[in-house]
Design a protein around this ligand. Sequence first.
Ligand SMILES: NC(=O)c1ccc[n+]([C@@H]2O[C@H](COP(=O)([O-])OP(=O)(O)OC[C@H]3O[C@@H](n4cnc5c(N)ncnc54)[C@H](OP(=O)(O)O)[C@@H]3O)[C@@H](O)[C@H]2O)c1
Length: 249
Amino acid sequence: MMKVLILGGTTEASALARTLCEYSIPALFSYAGRVTAPKPQPLPTRVGGFGGVDGLAAFLADNGITHLVDATHPFAAQMSRHAVAAAERCGVGLIALTRPPWEPVAGDRWQRVASVEAAVQAIAGPAERIMLAIGRMHLAEFAAQAQHHYLLRLVDAPGSLPPLPRHSVIVDRGPFTLDGDRALLRAHRIERIVCKNAGGEGAASKLRAARELGLPVLMIDRPAPAPRPEVHSVDAVLAWLGHDTDLGV
Ligand SMILES: NC(=O)c1ccc[n+]([C@@H]2O[C@H](COP(=O)([O-])OP(=O)(O)OC[C@H]3O[C@@H](n4cnc5c(N)ncnc54)[C@H](OP(=O)(O)O)[C@@H]3O)[C@@H](O)[C@H]2O)c1
């Protein structure tokens, strides 16, 4: 019998969970456990790492998983590599549900870099007011450029002070709006945005606001994708599972 495991942590994963529930397709949902109050899902949900490839392979076998959908964030490269290895080991089908990356359009002032490390290097120079929209995992690396004032937008209030001498914290969770982000950039007199190329709609408004305000954006490109088939829509995952969206099962 078919049983799906969704590796989540994105809006796409939540959309897929809703659809699988709607179609009564047996499925489990998995969160890494990074945020204090993850969005409740309409599927049985587990939280926390599996314990590497071995742990994930054991989980797939113990729970009779037949199909694995990697709907993690495009920067969650380790989880995606583990998913490829565990699925191969267990003979479980694997597909990735991802969002296409953002592409610059007329009026954008993007500088692209290949990694967080390269982003840190790229902002050596005079002090600026920077919106650092990269989540909380890599904030410490920006302490190497302590001259800047950083505006941090985080999903949870940080338990301890972020390791940056000059910063402000906004606790907020997307999706964000153009009006809201324009107002935020103005209120904090932001001169540059540093962000990851997450793609999708939920976090794109800061890029539109930057375009309107003529602000430069330092865009951190995605890590190389794990070798697996990728689709960009819930319908494409359903088709892969052998379901027709018009006819049901
Ligand atoms: N990286 C980002 O910018 C970003 C942004 C938004 C949301 N997220 C979400 O946050 C989670 C963690 O991201 P990350 O960049 O820290 O990942 P990562 O570096 O690729 O993964 C680190 C470890 O976290 C565990 N893990 C990650 N995703 C998991 C999931 N869905 N279910 C169970 N365990 C998971 C795995 O632990 P074990 O090895 O012990 O199995 C994995 O090896 C992901 O689920 C991702 O979708 C990440």
